[in-house]
Design a protein around this ligand. Sequence first.
Ligand SMILES: Cc1cc2nc3c(=O)[nH]c(=O)nc-3n(C[C@H](O)[C@H](O)[C@H](O)COP(=O)(O)OP(=O)(O)OC[C@H]3O[C@@H](n4cnc5c(N)ncnc54)[C@H](O)[C@@H]3O)c2cc1C
Length: 345
Amino acid sequence: MITYSVALKSLHSFAIDALARRVIVARTETELFTFWRQASEEATCVLLLGSGSNVLFLENYSGTVLLNRITGVKIKEDSEAWHLHVGAGEVWHDLVNTCLEKRMPGLENLALIPGCVGSAPIQNIGAYGVELKKFCEYVDVLQLETGARCRLSGAECEFGYRDSIFKHNLRERHAIVAVGLKLIKAWRPVLHYGELSRLNAGQAIPRQIYDAVCAMRRTKLPDPSQQGNAGSFFKNPVITASAAENFLRRHPDAPHYPQVGGRVKLAAGWLIDRCGFKGYRLGGAALHDKQALVLINAGQATGEDIAALARHIRLQVADRFSVWLEPEVRFIGANGEVDALGVIA
Ligand SMILES: Cc1cc2nc3c(=O)[nH]c(=O)nc-3n(C[C@H](O)[C@H](O)[C@H](O)COP(=O)(O)OP(=O)(O)OC[C@H]3O[C@@H](n4cnc5c(N)ncnc54)[C@H](O)[C@@H]3O)c2cc1C
């Protein structure tokens, strides 16, 4: 019989009332390896967690949650760039702040993204026209069964839109322990996205972009400490050029973004909004009333409530637009991660 004893509510941003058998904090690579091995020897499953801002617990977790809290930031400099070696447990937004305070610009568009630095490569975090991929020099990974450590170059991480090798080949039994970032000294602002385009490219300074990004995020996104959520629940769908042509003939006002290779990215929020879902509630789950891409815990939601709402939205969007949405959030079942798409299909 499993004895569940630790509340996970404060350890993930959806704030679902789920329990785990045990929660352990790892502050070094040795601790991470040792705790993982101990749990495996006891034949319990192990879930690595950073800040829990991209997960949905569908039920109680039967194993050990291992919180990665390996910290430390080392900075080296050459004529071209600053090179940062950052512990996986550092808080991403704190790193953005530290860089700006030390006058090392580049990360300002990625301000206020919740989560740990070690989780950032997993879905290649991105916002306001910039992705982690642009800065990632390498990722240090610990093979948890053997304790072997390896370094993947940015190219070897196979970054894509909300995607990387860490969601595929290196998904299990591997822990990211550090991330190497390169911030080029010849800084150029990235202002093509949304309201940032109002800034003057010739005069904009990093702090101004940071302030604008923080202001926009605070206005548009619900604060997880007030309303449990995991940011964008669905990925923006990327469809073929011919499907896009068809779609845009019927919906010429739809926002769309041509991709390299001819495919076209659509805005999932727009599709959901057009189905009239903003503010819609199902059980304890609801769609945020200002941000159609964000599912919230409207009070006492279970993981199943959130999944049921996601399923309903996905069906309605497909019915109306013939476009199938895919979840960005990772779903956790009793014994570990489960196929999120399978759950809501
Ligand atoms: C309000 C809000 C806004 C958001 N906005 C954005 C945004 O603009 N852009 C964006 O890209 N994302 C956004 N997100 C999603 C989230 O912030 C990112 O996915 C973030 O990188 C998750 O970090 P985390 O530490 O919380 O990861 P967690 O949720 O703790 O973990 C995510 C996954 O990674 C695994 N994992 C965690 N740590 C490790 C490790 N060290 N090694 C191996 N596997 C590990 C976990 O098992 C889990 O499967 C937002 C989320 C919220 C709540």
